[in-house]
Design a protein around this ligand. Structure first.
Ligand SMILES: [Zn+2]
Length: 329
């Protein structure tokens, strides 16, 4: 009897759907987390405190005070799963052990990883994530000019610098330009970019290339690959040329072309400032670009995710103490 009565209350709770969760922020998120936690506590017959503790452990945050909007959204996705199937209210599965790539393709250890409770999309590459897939979050960037990334797919958490896809290289260029920086690519990324630029003659024949030839850049990409370099810097203007020159490359997939077009659109909006964002308030750097991106008339997967993101650099090779090889002194 009691169980039925509580379930009836749940039906009237009107808990947000997965798509609605994505649009919630701040206080509204907190309030739904409280509502959902209390409702679930009633259903499973446990103290609210216990449900809350299991929730934060499942999501991988110390407590709700430490949770940002992305963590709170995951709390709601977990609560939604538990509410719609109370039998799934079980202790979190043990954290999976993932072998990270070593060397120049390695990314830092994520802050938290878990199995996705619902379908979602990657907070960096926007690929669909199925329930049960491994997702996780990186630690908050030390440099405050960067925005924390949301929940990332397994590829973006571990493999994007070791086995980069073309889209990974484009995303890297985009976030570097966003942060007013040259684009730093490792040898694997240089290899992908070099192949893309040279597999057909279309990029070479483009107006962008004729006006700003990339021949020297190709040589530098080649050297990076041969020497297995950790970082090769591509200047801002060269990065712009690369994005434009690849727009019509026939070997690109639909997703690759769509991403290139989105980057080109935002680069153009940063230049033309269509909504008249005030330099007085936002300056001319990343804060200005973030505002232009946020207020675009034509939202893209990039504007939906924001930024700029710190996509990590290969640290310089560690030299053992007393080792003078390679010293410039
Ligand atoms: Zn991803």
């Amino acid at each position: 009897m009691t169980f039925e009565a509580v379930t009836l209350d749940m039906a009237t709770l009107d808990f947000p759907m997965v798509a609605e969760i994505a649009a919630l922020r701040g206080a509204r998120l907190c309030s739904w987390v409280d509502t959902g936690t209390e409702a679930l506590a009633g259903i499973v017959g446990k103290p609210t405190e216990r449900v809350r503790a299991r929730l934060t452990k499942t999501v991988g945050v110390k407590d709700l005070q430490a949770a940002d909007d992305e963590d709170l959204r995951e709390c709601l996705r977990v609560l939604r799963t538990w509410l719609s199937d109370p039998a799934s209210y079980t202790p979190p599965a043990p954290k999976p052990k993932v072998q990270r790539p070593e060397g120049i393709g390695q990314l830092p250890v994520p802050r938290t990883v878990k199995q996705a409770h619902t379908e979602t999309t990657c907070g960096l590459c926007a690929d669909p994530v199925k329930a049960g897939d491994l997702v996780g979050r990186m630690r908050d960037p030390k440099d405050r000019q960067f925005t924390p990334m949301g929940w990332l797919c397994t590829h973006c958490l571990y493999e994007r610098r070791e086995k980069p896809r073309r889209r990974d290289v484009v995303l890297r260029i985009f976030h570097h330009l966003f942060a007013s920086s040259a684009a730093g690519l490792n040898a694997h990324e240089c290899d992908v970019l070099r192949t893309w630029l040279t597999e057909t003659e279309v990029p070479t024949a483009s107006t962008a290339w004729r006006e700003d030839p990339l021949d020297t850049t190709l040589v530098r990409l080649e050297t990076s690959v041969t020497e297995g370099k950790g970082t090769t810097w591509i200047a801002v203007t060269t990065a712009h040329t690369i994005i434009t020159a690849l727009q019509d490359a026939p070997g690109s997939s639909e997703a690759e072309t769509a991403l290139l077009r989105a980057v080109a659109q935002h680069l153009d909006e940063w230049k033309t400032n269509p909504r008249g964002i005030e330099a007085r308030r936002y300056g001319t750097g990343p804060r200005y670009r973030a505002e232009v991106l946020k207020t675009t008339d034509r939202p893209t997967l990039l504007s939906e995710r924001g930024g700029p993101f710190d996509l990590h650099h290969t640290p310089p090779p560690a030299t053992e103490s007393g080792d003078t090889v390679g010293s410039t002194g």
